[in-house]
Design a protein around this ligand. Sequence first.
Ligand code: URP
Ligand code: ZN
Ligand code: ZN
Length: 483
Amino acid sequence: MTASELDLAIRGGRLVTSSGTFEADLGISNGTIVQIGRVGAAAETMDANGLLILPGGVDTHCHLDQVEPGMGYGAESFASGGRSALAGGTTSAISFIAQFPGAPLKDIVAESHKRGQRSRIDYSFHQIITDASDEAIAAIPEIVASGVRSLKVFLTYEDAHVTDREFLRVLAAARREGAMVAVHCENYDAIGWLTEALIADGKVAPKYHAWSRPKVVEREATYRAIAFSELVDQPIQVFHVSCAEVAEEIERAQRRGLKVWGETCPQYLVLTENDMDRPGFEGAKYMCSPSPREPGDADGLWEMIRRGVIDVVSSDHSAFNTTGNPGKDMNGRDAPFRDIPNGVPGVGSRMPIVFSEGVSKGRISLEQFVQITATNPARLYGLAPRKGDIAIGADADIVFWDAERTVTITNDRLQHAVDYTPYEGLKVKGWPVATLLRGQLAMRDGEILLGEGAGEFLARAPYEMAQPTGRLAHGFDASRVRP
Ligand code: URP
Ligand code: ZN
Ligand code: ZN
């Protein structure tokens, strides 16, 4: 290799960026894209004839190596989740640092970084705040300054939900530090009230999970989160929007100029509440929160994606095996739905499902696919311009994609640690055949070529999307006065 040679040239492919699709070669040096179009001599060449060249997927909602209060660590580590991500064309993910009673935040942060060192993909964290105590609020500046530039709150779940006052305190802390806030929007008390009534009435099977949290419960909490975001003047992303009715709240906020964004996930695009009505314990495999909705609801979500109201599709990969502890059956196979852990795996299946349901079925363009799976999540969480697009100076995170290949999803193909996929048997058109992480060949034909620890922590610097609008009622910034 001569001094002027590139490390790698990718020739003959059709490049898809967030703004266009065109025939061009790519030149890569030191893990970075340095040439697009006419590309010079290179030490190595990869042939991309007949393939699409896409930016590596960015999954900004992915529970890897996350401790669940009272349940220990989930089934998926950064190493196994990273394997699945690479197999499915994803090269970066944001996981979570949980807060739980009795453990100082700084210890959990340190443990999460230690676990992250085994990652096979580049990664960052959202800091979950479940108890907005004075100590937790006081710890936030240092956490954010270390590059964990987003906070997450739950408005439901027994062990995790925050009160309205706590939520305001978290929004205010984020505003002070320039961090984004992600919100799980469902009403804790409404779900608790419905759940008690359902169980008292003998309605305990997995399918009643959907009955315990109908759309209005999600819609109310979404409206409340938006109202508080406006009150504090703090940007938010509403996580895992399950239906158009909820997205309408986001659309109204966006029309009014608020910095409110929405995410959905493949489970809301292909699963329905009928999946939880499968025989025996089978329905438990499809339980996640918010609940998958009725057949037909996905059409409304696609419309919201096309309109740009929902501009991110993440996996919400949440790894509970069907059997074991923690696991879906940890409280017995006859346990009422309330006692079955929520969440479905999906980091490896996200890109193929969104491509197949979106692009192959003509619902969205190739560029929209790149935007919702890579560019927009990277921008929203401060990973751009390094991640999320094909551009000079960006990391060479690249996926070679065969748009014509038809694959039937099976659990083995996904290479995650979980013992099932809710998408078993789903036929998809469009499949990743090779993945590069910062110019290194990470996956080829399903074989994972990067070892544990190949991933880097992505410390996120201050960025515009997380900045407030400056619009405050009466011009009074309470976040500066009261934490
Ligand atoms: O059911 C879900 N979504 N489980 C994962 C945790 C969360 O709420 O994001
Ligand atoms: Zn959630
Ligand atoms: Zn989640």
